[in-house]
Design a protein around this ligand. Structure first.
Ligand SMILES: Cc1cc2nc3c(=O)[nH]c(=O)nc-3n(C[C@H](O)[C@H](O)[C@H](O)COP(=O)(O)OP(=O)(O)OC[C@H]3O[C@@H](n4cnc5c(N)ncnc54)[C@H](O)[C@@H]3O)c2cc1C
Length: 263
């Protein structure tokens, strides 16, 4: 390791100040510690958010669930409000990585990191969620900017994500066997504005699929997916799967998600 300073503030105000002064947020360290060990990241000032209690927990505000940025995956998985109002989100959190990752990894860390195969970005996008930061609110459609890139600016911390409660939703993930990230994951949400379909794992970042959304708006049923063509150009092709295979998986996973959402 190399030299860095370490702060563990106890309030959001203090954490925001430290991050504005050039500190890098440390959530559960599930990505960051490995990246630091490999010298992919070399922050000089670490700001550990684990003592900032304002950043954890779930509350219901009108027709939305507001989940704090430091809420761990295992807590989203087990939270009674999430299970009652957006069970697909609880199931998604329960399917992330393994028990240790779920015990340490956080919603804010996952969304800020924007790994192209991460699960949460697809839920944030499909549910039309809003990312709350220390300075503003950002719509999901404007937040994810491709591989590991987001609209977050230097000195800005995610404080929470608010998820509108959908009529029904489901997430169907085809796991990459070794990492357990999504080879292809599809989150389908039937929202007040119509169906939204977000795909993760298939390209250089999460994206919505207009053709699938239009087909499901016509009829929210598994068979609606059959006639939709998925363009394989631009999809990932690697040792795990070709772009054509991923294109086919998008259809299969969408069909599964719709079936599951219908119960
Ligand atoms: C073995 C393994 C398997 C995994 N499998 C999956 C999977 O199946 N699906 C999946 O979705 N994910 C998976 N993950 C990722 C995991 O879910 C973590 O959420 C992710 O690694 C981020 O970790 P973290 O929350 O501890 O954030 P950290 O590693 O602490 O931080 C990650 C990045 O986010 C920034 N950050 C953290 N919090 C904030 C904040 N509040 N505001 C602004 N920036 C912030 C940090 O500065 C850093 O750049 C896996 C990880 C591992 C190690």
């Amino acid at each position: 390791m190399y030299a860095f300073t370490y702060d563990r503030p106890a309030s959001l105000a203090e954490a925001a100040k430290l991050v504005q002064a050039g500190g890098q947020a440390l959530a559960g360290g599930q990505t960051m510690l490995a990246s630091m060990k490999q010298r992919l990241m070399q922050p000089e000032k670490l700001v550990d958010l684990s003592r900032v209690s304002e950043l954890s927990g779930v509350r219901k505000e009108g027709d939305q669930l507001v989940v704090g940025a430091m809420t761990k995956h295992c807590d989203v998985e087990q939270n009674a409000l999430v299970k009652q109002h957006i069970p697909a989100l609880a199931a998604l959190a329960g399917g992330i990585g393994d028990r240790q990752v779920r015990a340490m990894g956080t919603l804010g860390g996952s969304v800020a990191n924007n790994d192209p195969a991460a699960c949460y970005p697809s839920a944030v996008m499909a549910l039309g969620a809003t990312i709350h930061t220390t300075t503003r609110k950002i719509a999901a459609d404007d937040f994810f900017l491709g591989m590991y890139a987001t609209a977050l600016q230097e000195g800005e911390l995610i404080t929470a994500v608010s998820f509108p409660i959908p009529k029904r939703a489901s997430y169907a993930k085809f796991k990459q066997g070794a990492s357990r990230f999504a080879m292809v994951g599809v989150f389908v949400a039937d929202t007040a504005q119509g169906p939204r379909v977000a795909v993760t794992g298939a390209a250089n970042g999460v994206f919505r699929h207009a053709g699938l959304e239009a087909a499901l708006a016509n009829k929210f049923a598994p068979e609606s997916v059959a006639g939709v063509s998925i363009d394989a150009s631009g999809l990932n092709s690697d040792i795990h799967a070709s772009s054509e295979y991923r294109a086919q998986l998008i259809k299969v996973q969408t069909r599964r998600a719709v079936q599951e959402a219908l119960g």
